[in-house]
Design a protein around this ligand. Structure first.
Ligand SMILES: *Cc1c(COP(=O)(O)O)cnc(C)c1O
Length: 411
């Protein structure tokens, strides 16, 4: 989204016109930005045999998945339903990495039947897997290196009391299970969370993986997960992927040399690919002055964008209707009967009832975490593709709210 001659534009299209045409609240995604992000990653690792597996849970609209597939990326899914969506979007099963956590063995079996690459993060599942398939079906192992990514406990997955991955301290047990069942391990995986700032943490994680990798003679890839930090505030530090490409690339080359073969280097970015490409457009219902603050009440809430309430996530908020107005201090809140604050003490160009606000960085974990709480409809989704705005999901209606409800006789 760029400001030009007093209007906010996406690929030259006026954002206010998009809000008018499709109504609000509406998620709007910029296909060009998604393509650019993927391209930047590819460029940063152009010296490696790199594979990008988009973390589908960030944004699962089938058109987005198709767009990402067309860019040559694969996909990482965390449920069998996401796997089915990915297959529907045209991904081949072998391009899909299945990384579930705490699912039943039956769901793993479904993944095997579909032909997905299974990423196992639990020794009990690995035992069942090995007992069933021996060397016939390869798998990937998710390890927990116990590295704390960023400062936010809720989005960090590598710390000691995390439920994700097999602890590196369980390596002796892990190796016993693998040898006893003759399990074919073709990949090692680590994903420590979403807030890694610099190459140093990746390098630390990589060193741990390299050491362990020497024990696995049949590897085809090492998956470094995600952790690419994107900017939410104006001067936020973001992961410098070119710096990472150079440093991690070099360490990976050294490793491959000692390993004796050139392996593939995998990443699973979600936010990095789609966060900044998406905005949530909302309309201002009311301005409400209280002794404490001036509230801006909008026609959306935590039912549509949960991140601020769930993770204390900061999302920049812009008044698209009044880009040149004087700046004042507001607290932007939703219409849900809960405290659903989008942002406290925000300086925003003067807000009037009826104005359209854009909540930025809404592409990742926006729609995909939305719900019908308060019996509100989930928003529409629009994709700006090649200079044209396309509706890619209709706004819900009363029929959707009642679709699966079964009315019984009460007397
Ligand atoms: C969620 C997730 C990702 C993506 O994380 P981002 O912070 O969105 O980049 C990658 N890998 C796994 C296994 C995940 O669960």
């Amino acid at each position: 989204m760029e400001l030009k001659n007093n209007s906010y534009l996406i690929q030259g299209l006026d954002v206010l016109k998009i809000a008018k045409e499709f109504g609000t609240p509406v998620y709007v995604y910029d296909a060009e930005k998604i393509t650019q992000q993927l391209q930047t990653l590819k460029n940063a690792f152009s010296n490696q045999r790199v594979k990008i597996k988009f973390a589908a849970k960030a944004l699962t609209n089938i058109n987005i998945l198709k767009l990402i597939r067309e860019q040559g990326a694969g996909v990482d899914v965390v449920s069998i339903q996401e796997a089915h969506l990915a297959i529907k979007a045209g991904f081949k099963p072998e391009e899909i990495l299945f990384t579930p956590n705490c699912v039943s063995f039956d769901e793993i079996l479904e993944g095997v039947e579909l032909g997905l690459i299974i990423n196992i993060d639990n020794i009990s599942i690995l035992e069942q897997f090995g007992h069933r398939f021996r060397h016939k079906v390869p798998c990937c192992i998710r390890l927990n290196p116990h590295i704390m990514a960023g400062g936010n406990h809720k989005i960090s997955t590598g710390h000691v009391d995390s439920k994700f991955g097999i602890s590196i301290y369980q390596l002796p047990h892990l190796m016993r299970v693998i040898k006893t069942n003759d399990i074919k391990v073709i990949g090692l995986h680590m994903h420590t969370g979403s807030d890694i700032l610099d190459a140093e943490i990746f390098l630390k994680m990589a060193e741990i993986l390299y050491g362990i990798a020497m024990e696995f003679p049949e590897l085809e890839f090492i998956d470094f997960g995600s952790g690419f930090k994107v900017g939410y505030k104006e001067n936020d530090i973001v992961t410098n992927v070119y710096d990472l490409g150079l440093k991690l690339g070099k360490s990976f080359e050294n490793f491959c040399e000692s390993y004796g073969r050139k392996l593939e280097m995998w990443f699973e970015p979600g936010k990095y690919v789609v966060s900044d490409a998406g905005i949530l457009l909302v309309r201002v219902n009311v301005i409400k002055t209280t002794p404490a603050t001036v509230f801006v009440g909008v026609n959306s809430g935590m039912n549509h964008l949960l991140r601020p309430m769930m993770y204390d996530a900061y999302h920049n908020i812009i008044n698209v209707s009044n880009p040149k107005g004087i700046q004042r201090v507001y607290s932007v809140v939703g219409y849900i009967c809960e405290t659903d604050t989008f942002g406290w003490d925000r300086k925003i160009h003067e807000v009037r009832e009826g104005d359209i606000l854009a909540i930025r960085n809404a592409g990742a974990y926006g729609f995909s975490m939305s719900s019908n709480y308060n019996s509100r409809f989930r928003p529409a989704e629009v994709l700006v593709y090649k200079g044209k705005a396309h509706l890619i999901r209709e706004r819900e209606t009363m029929e959707d709210l009642l679709a699966r409800q079964v009315e019984i006789e009460l007397n």
